[in-house]
Write a protein that binds this ligand. Sequence first.
Ligand code: 5GP
Length: 196
Amino acid sequence: MSGPSGAGKDTLVDGLRTRHERLLYSVSATTREPRPGEREGTDYFFLTRDEFERRLATGGFLEHREYNGNRYGTPRSFIDQALRDGYDVVSKPEVNGALAIKSKFPDAVLIFIVPDKFSHLRSRLEARRTETNEQIAARLEIAHDEFTFVRRFDYLVINEEAQPQRAVDDLEAIVRSERYRIHRYPDTRLKELEDS
Ligand code: 5GP
């Protein structure tokens, strides 16, 4: 799930996870400072630049990007293990990271999250009080740049102001219908059905 900073991705991912126990969240690594209330290993793995580079050099990330002066990366081992164990995995990379994941996992489903009005992004970021005015301006510019990639995504979900449950319903509908796609059924299961 990608989308502009301030679109409410965190709330939507949390909402979706409470409805699907077979859905695991892939915690990303970052070199940015933790915001108040963010917890190590839950929100992010907060790494020094050196540690990030070390893990990158040893192939520890499925994809990685620089965003607004900090490094972000998707740890590889967790996703590999979770998929092997039959879980669905959700992550929240920025747009380039999402496209990189899709090229490695063509099965991945890319969902773009936007607020019902782009003008809400500024007010949400200001209300969060975790970024300076310059950082907010940079994030809004990135938001518009990222939206130019929206047609490379599979789904667009609009997170209406004060109605996150509706967007979570939409996400749930996507997850449910994606599970019924023919290519997700192993041949053995189809054979089993035919022979039953
Ligand atoms: P924030 O600093 O607001 O937590 O995240 C900044 C941006 O980095 C957001 O668009 C977020 O989705 C993205 N991001 C978070 N984790 C990853 C990751 O592992 N890979 C990539 N490519 N982007 C990430």
